[in-house]
Write a protein that binds this ligand. Sequence first.
Ligand code: SAM
Length: 311
Amino acid sequence: MRNFELDEDIWTALREATARLDAAHVDAPATTARLLLAHVLDRPKEWLIAHGDVKLDATAQQRFRSLLQRVIAHEPLAYVLGHREFYGLDLIVDRRVLIPRPETEMLVELALNELRIENEELRKSAGPDFSILNSQFSILDVGTGSGAIPIAIATHAPDVRILATDISTDALAVARLNAERHGVADRITLLQADLLDGIVALPPIITANLPYVTREEIEGLPPEIQAHEPRIALDGGEDGLALVRRLLEQIAARAETHDHASLLRAAFLEIGASQGPAALAAAQAILPHAHAEIKKDLAGLDRVLAIHFHG
Ligand SMILES: C[S@@+](CC[C@H](N)C(=O)[O-])C[C@H]1O[C@@H](n2cnc3c(N)ncnc32)[C@H](O)[C@@H]1O
C-alpha cells in the first residue's frame, strides 16, 4: 500500500482515497472519502470542499489511512464512523448492534400514531385521572438493538414510558449509551430477555424489528453485513420467521392467561419484503381473534405485520 506524502493536502488525499475505494468496489467512493476525512478532522464535510489546499498533518494522515483501510476491508461505514442517523437522531453504533435501517422508521411512525389514538381515547374516558393511567409502560420494544425505535418514540412522545428488551447484553449496553445521549434514559427501561420471557403483563403497544433474514439469504449478503453485523441480529431461522412466530405465540399465551383485562391494543412487527403472505398467515393462525394486516413501505414493499386487538 502506498504511503501518504507528508505534505499531502485535502484535495490530494481525497482524490487518492476515492480512487482506492472505487477500486475496492465500495459504494459512493467520493462521498465515503469525504465523510471519513471530515470525521478525522472533526469538521463538516462541506468544510473540506472550501479548504482543499490545507495540508494534513502526520497524525491526520495516519488516522485517515487506517479508517480508509477498514472501509476497503468492507467494514460498514457506520461502524467506522461510530454513528448512524435514524429518525433524525444521531445514534452510536458499533459491532455490538445492527445498524438501524431507514425502513424501520415505519415502526416508529405506526407506534406514535397508535399512541396518539390511545391517548385521545384515554383522555376521553379517564378525565382527570388520565396521568395515572398513563404512568405505566405504554410500549414494549422487543429486540431493541441500538435502542433506535424506543429512543425515537420517546423523543417524540414526552410522557411515554417504554420497556425495551434484547437477548444481547452487548446490544443493551449500546442502547443505554444512546438513551442517555438523547436524554430519555429515565423513560426507557432496558431488560435482557429472550423475547417475552419473564414479561407477564403486556403494555398497549408492542414494536419489534427482530432478525428476519433466512439462513439461505445470509450466505448471499454483502460482506459489509455478513461479516460484520451481529449474526444474532440477522438470523431469522430457516424461513426468516422463526422469531416472529415465537413472539406471536408468546403474545397469544399472555393475552389468554392474563389475570387483568389485557391492555394490548396493537403490535407492529417488521418483516422482510417477501414474507408478507407467510407472516399474515402465521398471525391469523396464532391470533385468530385479532385483526392482522400487512403494511407496505414507501418503496411499495411488504414491511410491517400490523395486528390490532380488541376489534
Ligand atoms: C434486526 S436487529 C434490530 C435492532 C433494532 N430493533 C433496530 O431496528 O435497529 C434484531 C435485534 O433482536 C435481538 N434478538 C435476537 N434474538 C432475540 C431474542 N430471542 N429475544 C430478544 N431479542 C433478540 C438481536 O440481538 C438484535 O439486537
